[in-house]
Design a binder for this molecule. Structure first.
Ligand SMILES: [Zn+2]
Ligand SMILES: [Zn+2]
Length: 353
């Protein structure tokens, strides 16, 4: 007997049609319709229409909305087309897949289906063409060691970051986040870690003792933490920004990928945009919060050697106050970086490609 809020066959067909009869699970895209061995004319459909907001209130039904009307619950707007394998996973794991995630996947699947039809793209090509600028918002809690690989890996998959930043960089980030989490539990005595995705940022918050994830960089120990941060920055460091903050009893680690230097200004308030007139001023002063340990200085484009000469060491006072200076700029000539490092021995330089 069908359950009260099951989809009608008309709704199922509508969902399948709009997804091009392909699975909407991000990265799957499996075909769900084909010929059947039963007879010359029969076909087989291995897909299933899944509920975004659950059909009934089950145990841990994170996706059940008691306020949703029955009509709405069984309408096409509340359905998503999946292959059989992923349909089963979606319907049983309500903790991993939020309604926000599924709605975003549905939207992507429809754009992908459209691109495949209109531009004759493969599924992979269409997925890359369909990517949005922002990741899908998600948030999970890790309450101890043992599941960090799966939990962090699943969030990174589900938020679609690999289609925005690239697969290799996402894998390297996962390595680093897993090692960082283990360190927080094992050495920092953290009791819980929150990992979330927000627009252009990955944010990991732990309640352990104060620890800067970047501090393992350059250590001689061949620990997982050192290897992962070293490789991450060595292979993908140019456009990557890592921010470590201490807020109350929490360490907050933010990772983002810059598409241009000015992106930093939106990512952290501990940042300042310089313009050419700043270089010529006798002294440079700007408001900066006491809590900022690092200060990101964004350079205007086309900096020349004499601009660095004009800047001199006017910002050295900040370094003396214990602020780490991080200069962010488009890729510059190496002699300019050299001059900068002579003026500010403790500085870091991020060059955006
Ligand atoms: Zn369902
Ligand atoms: Zn699938």
């Amino acid at each position: 007997m069908p359950r009260i809020d099951d989809f009608t066959s008309a709704v199922k067909i509508e969902l399948a049609n709009r997804a091009g009869y392909k699975c909407s699970f991000l990265g799957c895209g499996a075909a769900t319709m084909g010929p059947s061995a039963e007879s010359e004319s029969s076909s087989t459909n291995s897909g299933m229409a899944c509920h975004i907001s659950a059909a009934s209130a089950g145990i841990g039904a994170r996706r059940y909305d008691p306020d949703m009307k029955s009509d709405e619950r069984k309408s096409a707007s509340n359905g998503i087309w999946m292959c059989y394998t992923h349909g089963k996973i979606i319907d049983t794991d309500e903790t991993r897949f939020s309604t926000d995630t599924l709605r975003a996947w549905k939207k992507i699947a429809e754009i992908v289906a459209q691109l495949m039809v209109e531009r004759n793209l493969t599924y992979e090509q269409a997925l890359h063409a369909a990517k949005s600028k922002d990741m899908i918002t998600d948030s999970i809690l890790i309450e101890g060691i043992g599941k960090e690989n799966i939990l962090i890996g699943d969030v990174l998959h589900d938020c679609g970051v690999e289609y925005i930043w690239g697969r290799d960089i996402t894998n390297a980030i996962r390595d680093f986040l897993v090692e960082h989490s283990r360190n927080a539990f094992q050495h920092g005595n953290a009791t819980k870690i929150e990992f979330k995705t927000k627009k252009s940022k990955l944010i990991l918050i732990d309640d352990g003792v104060q620890f800067d994830g970047k501090s393992l960089l350059g250590s001689n120990k061949k620990s997982g933490g050192t290897i992962s941060i070293t490789q991450l920055l060595k292979n993908f460091g140019s456009n990557l920004i890592l921010i470590s903050e201490r807020e109350g009893n929490n360490n907050i680690l933010t990772i983002s990928k810059l598409s241009n230097p000015e992106d930093v200004l939106e990512i952290t308030p501990c940042s300042h945009q310089m313009d050419y007139s700043d270089f010529r001023k006798g002294s440079i002063e700007f408001e900066i919060s006491e809590t900022c340990k690092e200060l990101f200085i964004v350079f205007p484009k086309y900096i020349s050697p004499s601009d660095i000469g004009l800047l001199g060491n006017k910002l050295i006072g900040l370094e003396e106050k214990g602020k780490k200076l991080i200069f962010v700029m488009w890729r510059m000539n190496p002699w300019i970086i050299q001059m900068l490092k002579e003026n500010y021995p403790g500085c870091e330089v991020i060059q955006v490609e």
